[in-house]
Design a protein around this ligand. Structure first.
Ligand code: SF4
Length: 338
């Protein structure tokens, strides 16, 4: 193991990147220039990069596996115009995503029970809305959270948009463990993705959730047409929030949305992005959420070697996931601890 952390990351060189891993493990912080150079490594260096990220993951996370599932508890008719989202009222006519009101607490509890069958540790209640306010929707969600918490089989999480401190307080009192809200992308790219709210509203929502004492889950989506520099920017902006969990998504283009024709990221570039996300966020639970199947394809098992310590299982918000059997087999074959 290397000695005291130096202020500058070591040179990348042509060989294994163990020096980078040791620098991070010793408390070093990856600067933007080094992060960018790592993201731009040629494909034949991806295994060097993955090994460095794996060393860092093993140091901070061991072999522990995080698995979470979500339910889309209120679908569609969203007032926001996030250009990746088929639930926005602006694109729903063409996306074909349906609209339904908030599910009742028992139906949400039933979905939570299904998530436990996938071996999930966390269950997220997600709503398509700018932000849940006081009222019947919040009442139903709090009732569901209370029931899931009381059953004690899985940790209740929620993703309810840009919410106020009193709303977060109510959720916490009901037994919520984690509040999720993504930055979506870097601050500099956000105006290309959403114009109905400010990037700072996303950032501040996570700060508020931390202030009320909730665990926070905050990440973003890659492959939305951003530059490689903007990927680094997102990694560092997420790191500045020091979240407890980071969901890393790769865009699955939805028909009818402005991003429907975006060129998908190559699997090798996804692995590099996971690895550099790990190196810039060494202590955080990092899991792969949307786009794992479509982008990683045959390279899916490598997400764990690239530094992720978890994945979302089951269905996503508007797309279906792999079968429970396939994901359980993947975990068993890799010898990962649940
Ligand atoms: S991502 Fe969320 S806030 Fe944005 S349009 Fe979709 S449901 Fe609405």
């Amino acid at each position: 193991m290397a000695g005291t952390a130096t202020t500058n990351p070591p040179a990348i060189g042509n060989g294994p990147l163990v020096n980078i891993a040791e620098y991070i493990i010793d408390g070093g912080v990856l600067d933007d220039v080094t992060a960018l150079r790592l993201l731009l490594l040629p494909d034949d260096r991806v295994y060097d990069l993955m090994y460095a990220a794996y060393m860092v993951k093993r140091h901070y996370q061991g072999d522990k596996l995080h698995r979470c599932s979500i339910v889309n508890a209120k679908s569609g008719a969203c007032s926001e115009n996030c250009s990746f989202c088929g639930q926005s009222a602006s694109y729903q006519k063409d996306s074909g995503v349906g609209t339904y009101p908030i599910m009742n607490a028992d139906a949400i509890l039933q979905a939570a029970d299904m998530a436990t069958e996938y071996g999930s540790t966390n269950f997220g209640i997600v709503t398509a809305i700018k932000g849940v306010k006081e009222g019947p929707m919040l009442d139903a969600i709090c009732e569901a959270v209370r029931k899931i918490h009381a059953a004690g089989r899985i940790a209740p999480d929620a993703s309810l948009g840009v919410v106020s401190e009193p709303v977060l307080q109510r959720l916490k009192e009901a037994g919520l463990q984690v509040y999720h809200h993504n930055l979506e992308c870097s601050r500099s790219y956000y105006p290309e993705i959403c114009t109905t709210r400010e990037w700072s509203e996303n950032y501040e929502t996570i700060q508020r959730a931390k202030q009320v004492g909730l665990e926070v889950c905050c990440g973003g989506i890659l492959g939305m047409g951003e530059s490689v520099e903007q990927r680094v920017e997102l990694m560092q902006q997420v790191a500045s929030l020091q979240p407890d969990h980071i969901p890393l998504n790769f865009l699955v283009p939805v028909k009818g949305t402005p991003l429907e024709n975006v060129e998908p990221m190559r699997p090798m570039d996804c692995l590099k992005a996971i690895a550099v996300f790990r190196l810039t966020n060494p202590r955080t639970d990092l899991f792969i959420a949307g786009g794992r199947i479509q982008h990683l394809r045959q390279l899916q098992p490598f997400i764990f070697q690239a530094g992720a310590n978890g994945m979302m299982v089951g269905d996503y918000l508007t797309t279906t996931g792999r079968t429970k059997q396939d994901d359980l087999e993947l975990v068993a074959d890799l010898g990962l601890e649940s």
